[in-house]
Design a binder for this molecule. Sequence first.
Ligand code: FUL
Ligand code: CA
Length: 619
Amino acid sequence: MNIFKRRNLLFIPAILVTTVSSYAQRSAPAPYGALPSDRQLKWQETEMYCIVHFTPTTFQNKEWGYGDADPSIFNPLKFNADQIVAAAKSGGFKGIVYVAKHHDGFALWPTKTSTYNISESPWKNGKGDMVKEFQMAAKQEGMKFGIYCSPWDRSNTTYGTPEYVDVYRKQITELYSNYGDLFMSWHDGANGGDGFYGGKNEKRKVDQSSYYDWMNTWAITRKLQPNASVFSDIGLDVRWVGNEKGLAPETSWSTITIKGKEDKAPMPGFMDDNNLGSGTRDGKQWIPFEGDVALRPGWFYHPEQDNQLKTTAELFNIYCSSVGRGGALDLGLSPTTEGILHQNDVAALAAFGKYLNEVFAVNLTRQAAISVSNLRGKQQKTFGTANLTDGDRYTYWATDDNVHQAAVNFTFKQPVRFSLIQLRENIKLGQRIDSVAVEAFKDGQWFKLAKATSIGANRIIRLPKEETALKVRIHVYAPVSIALSEIGLYLQPKLQTVGTQKDDNSYDKTSWKTVNDNNSITIDPGKTLTFSALSYLPDQEKSSAGAIEKYELLTSEDGRSWKSQSSGEFSNIEANPILQRIVLPQTIAARYIKIVSKQAVPGNNGKVQLNGAQIEIYK
Ligand code: FUL
Ligand code: CA
C-alpha cells in the first residue's frame, strides 16, 4: 500500500511532518520553471552594452547600404577605436558589439569569403582590420566584446541561394575563431528585399525561419564561442524587445513560450513580434529581452542629427524600461566619417554614466532595520535579511516552501526620501515572483505606493513623485516559496530637462495647400520655394504600418508637368520609424512639390501614411 496516498497522510504524526519539513527548509528552495544557463547568467549580469555601426554606409550618410558602395569611400582618417570604447565605458556600459558586416555586405575584416571587404579600401592601405581594432580596444578598456554579422547581404551575388548560407557560415567561422572570447553573437531579423546582389539590382526574398538553417548555423557559434549569448528576433539565448526604442512593457517576463513550436529551439521568423516584449509568464524557455536603441535617431552617423541625441532623462527612462525590467540595454553608437564619436556623443555618454552613478550612490535600505514575516527554516545566516542589501544578486532571503506570500519591513531611524525601488530575484532559482506591492508608513498610516509584476534579474519601480516615509513594507506574492536577493530604495536626483535643439530653418507651412491621394501628396506653397531638404515623420504613436519605405520627390512649375528630383528608400523605417530626411545634392527652386510613395510598410489596410503635417521643407 502506498502510505503517501493523500488520505493516509492525515494519519502521519504531526511531529514527523514538522521534522521532515524543517529539514527541507535548511536547503535552498527547489528551482522553479525555466532557468537561465550559465551563459545567460553572465549576460544578465552585463546589463548594458553598446552596438557600433561603422561601415561604408557611414560615408554615404545612409541607414542601409544598398551593397554597391565603392570600397574607396571607406577611409576614416582619425579612426580611434579606443576613443569610442572609452566613451561607452564612461556611460556605464560593460560591453561592445561591433557590426562586422551590415546589410550592405561589406566585411570590415579581411575575410577570405568575399572580395567586398576592408582590404579593398584605402584605410591603412588595405591592411587594416576594423574588427581587430574594436576587439583590442575592448580588451584595453576591460569591456566584453561581441560581434554582429548581418545575415542579409545586399551585395553578395549568391544571396538567396544555398551557396550564400555556406558563405555566411564561413564568415561567422572566421569571426568566431580570430577575435577572442565573445559575449554575444548578434543577428538581426531584417531579411531580404532589394539590393545590388553583384549587379543584378533585384528583389530577393528568403524564408527567415528556414533559409539560414539557424540550428546548424548556430551550432557553429556554440562550438566556437560557447560563452556567447545568441541574440536575434528570437535567439537561442536573448530575444528582441520588439521595437527599436529600447522599451519593454511594464510586465515583461524573462521566460517565453513560442506557441506551436514548443519542441523546437527558438529562431527568427518563429513568432509574432507582439509577444516579444511581454514574454510569457511561466514560459517554457528562459529567453530574456534586449532593448536596442540608438543614442541618435538612426544607427549610423548623420551630421544633420548632431543635435538630436537622447538626453540623460531619455536615456535614464530607457534604462528603467530595459535593465529595470529584467533585460539589457544595447545602445547604438555611430562614429563619424573621421572614425571617432562626435563630441556631443562623448558628452552625452559621460553625462549619462555620471547620472547613473548618482542615482545608485546611496541605497537607503542599508540604513534600515529589516524584518520579514517568514524566514526559511529560521535560517538567518543562509536565508536572512542581510542578504537583501549586500549587493550580491545571488544571496537571498527565502521563505518556507509553504509560504507563498510574505512581507519585508524596513524601519528607519528618521523618515527617508526616495523615488525608486529596485528588486532582484535570485534567478538561478527561476522567475518565481508573480507580483509585489509597496507601501509606506507616514503620518501614522500605511499608504499604497506601487505595484509591479515580473521581477526577475532586476526590476526598477519609479514612483510618480518623491516620497518620505519612516517605514516601507513590500508584500511579495508567488506560486512557490520566495527567493528575493536585493531590495534597494533610492532617491533619484533631479534632472535638468534641456530641450533638444530642433531644426529651425523649415518653411512656415500654415498657408500651404495640399492635395492627397493614397500614394502621393502634392504641395502648393502659394509661391516658389527654394529648398535643400525635406523631411517625413511617420506616425510616432501607433505603428509603422503604412509608413513610406520608398519615395520619389518631384517638382513642377505649373502643377501639370513634373520633374523627378530624387528617389530612394527610408531604410529601416519599419523597425525604427524616426524622422526621415531627403537631403538634395543642391538646392532646388520649385513652385509645386510632390512626394510619391513607391512602397509602404504592409498593414494599415493598404493606406499609406502621408499627409501635410508629416512633411517639412527646409531652406
Ligand atoms: C536592425 C537593422 O536593420 C538596423 O540597420 C540596425 O543594424 C539594427 C541594430 O538592427 O535590424
Ligand atoms: Ca543579495
